[in-house]
Ligand binder design. Sequence first.
Ligand code: E4P
Length: 214
Amino acid sequence: MKFFIDTANVDEIREANAMGMVDGVTTNPSLIAKEGRDFKEIIAEICSLVDGPISAEVISLDTEGMVSEARELAKIDDNIVIKIPMTVDGLKAVRLLTAEEIKTNVTLIFSPLQALMAAKAGASFVSPFVGRLDDLSHEGMELVEQVVEIYSNYAFDTEVIVASIRNPLHVLESALIGADIATIPFSVLKKLAAHPLTDKGIKAFLDDWKKARK
Ligand code: E4P
């Protein structure tokens, strides 16, 4: 299973990278806005740090605008993946960009049929948002199960990025379902590594070590 990191913060990316946990990066306009820096400059810096797919999202809502933004973003690096919102205009943009061999990640997926349409349009990745569904008392992980099953039924190449991850259980369930990728906020990544019994065990070993040396 691949781990992407869901952040536009280069310090977080550096630290997660040092742990060997970054197979790719996803950003979105909200994450970019939090950094208070130039969009393309941040994306270029991320590309210099990570050798894997880096998602950068378009702002336009019409096909023509999305395609033109995508072409500019794709010039930054070969690893750029264009994040396109799941709309009718977005699907048209995905089709055009796929024909130009520009990779796409169809984002804001909340139903299995949206994921099916994105795959049929040629998307390289889709991003079902589990946390935002959970927030509305819908089982976000059920969506992931259905998307993975549909893609397997028809042997689509589109990879499933589980997005809007809020806790370690989301990552565990994604792995059990067999989702290709989880895009994980840095705060959740750190929680995955932690266990109180590990800390307790380290302390006990060190205490015993010190006692024996007295
Ligand atoms: C995915 O690509 C998005 O950037 C992200 O996972 C959205 O997460 P949120 O629902 O916590 O904003």
